[in-house]
Design a protein around this ligand. Structure first.
Ligand SMILES: [Zn+2]
Length: 158
């Protein structure tokens, strides 16, 4: 039951998770993620008799209720913007496969920076770390409200 333990640890404080009492199985009408055996996963085939829900990730996206925010700044970012945007999207694809609720809510291209909101803190950290690994620079991870929310700044000035 390691997967279930992990899920409970990660989402036990999530108001979007505990507020709902999902039937087992349930399927999200927006994204198709399946709730079965206490966890969310991508179904490999259609599940009969699944109740229709809106999953916590889709609810967060709809309500703009973010679990993390990541900023990418500096002149290196401006010159390599497309490369960094690709890293963000690829990282989301990879994370989402194994943790279906970990998603990007929005990517804003602002004056001199990229501003990314995510559903949970885990994917925010993964995105920051992926850019840091590929492009070096400086990464700062800050948890202003404990473990439930993360604010990340990546910066490279040259
Ligand atoms: Zn969904």
């Amino acid at each position: 039951m390691a997967r279930l333990d992990r899920l409970i640890q990660e989402y036990v404080h999530d108001p979007y998770f505990v507020r709902e009492k999902y039937l087992d199985p349930s399927v999200c009408g927006s994204c198709g993620v399946l709730f079965r055996g206490g966890i969310f996963e991508w179904p490999d085939k259609k599940v009969e008799n699944a109740a229709k829900i809106t999953c916590p990730a889709c609810r967060r996206i709809k309500d703009n209720y973010e679990g993390g925010r990541v900023f990418f700044e500096g002149s290196f970012m401006v010159e390599h913007k497309d490369e960094i945007l690709n890293i963000l999207r690829n990282t989301e694809e990879i994370e989402k496969k194994h943790r279906p609720l970990e998603r990007i809510i929005s990517i804003l291209e602002e004056q001199g920076r990229i501003n990314v909101a995510t559903t949970y803190e885990h994917i925010a950290r993964r995105i920051g770390e992926a850019v840091h690994k590929a492009c070096k620079g400086e990464l700062r991870i800050h948890y202003p409200e404990g473990q439930k929310y993360v604010r990340i700044l990546w910066r490279r000035g040259d």
